[in-house]
Design a protein around this ligand. Sequence first.
Ligand code: PMV
Length: 322
Amino acid sequence: MRATAIAHPNVALIKYWGKRDVQSNFPAVGSLSLTLSGLNTRTAVSFEAARSTDEVLINGQSDQRAGIRITRCLDILRDLAGVDSHALVESTNDFPTGAGLASSASGYAALVKAAAAALGLDIAQSKLDEIARIGSGSAPRSLHSGIVLLDIASGGVDEMTCRTVCEPDAWPLAIEVAITSRAAKDVGSTGGMELSKKASPYYQAWVDTHPADLAAGLTAVEKRDFEGLAEVSEQSCLKMHAMAMSSQPPLLYWSAATVDCMHRIRELRRQGLPVFFTIDAGPQVKAVCLPEAAPQVKAALSELPGVLDVLDSRLGQGAWVE
Ligand code: PMV
């Protein structure tokens, strides 16, 4: 009853920010994302009859806070399999954890994939997506390859679908990830989303205008319209951060180097280079570009004083069992 799975993190171009309901962790909006090759979470799950609780080790350290949500996901899988043994979960990331690089997305994707395999469950993909979502709203996207759409049903029904809308080789985008800090963030995404919902005057406008952004992002992908995707993605990112900043107390995820990267990327685009930025709940900047522009984008970002490292990524596969 042991299996190991590998998952890549993902980055949303049309962002998810806000939960319809914290308890069920159902997102208030859909999202459109890129699954990132080159960054890996590797998770081994073993169900052991002698254990009295689930134990979670992330990068070798016991993590009890993550353990609560992980147990919720494992409980659903245990019920489906008719098994009541507790599990040892050992997860390692080869990139900074909890620092705005979506380690929770790859973490929960690898977890549910490994746990289902360890339990010998033959489970529908949509069910696995749903269980991953209970762990992290962005996690179902890491179960899928390439460019991924997580769509929620209209009319307030808590139903979602998650699927690849463009395979990695159908539009081979490159992503250069500028690391400006390796520290874990102070306010995680769940706390940040709740604060925005409660205290940002822009929250309702975000929810109301989001379906149009998602539709525009999807059309740009379907048409392989890089300029169109650049425009709507940067706007979605800035809308999300404007909402975070306008919460009370305000949430500012950016460092000075984050802002320098944004300016540099916009300058490169003005000079004709196909590149745009996106930033999640942390100070790292992801520069999405056409592959031929990647070396120039990397060189330009590496030169900036606050940039510690630039990681290369392409579109990757959904989570798989090793
Ligand atoms: O799934 P969570 O709770 O890690 O939230 C993800 C939130 C953002 O990364 C900021 C946006 C997104 O859509 O990935």
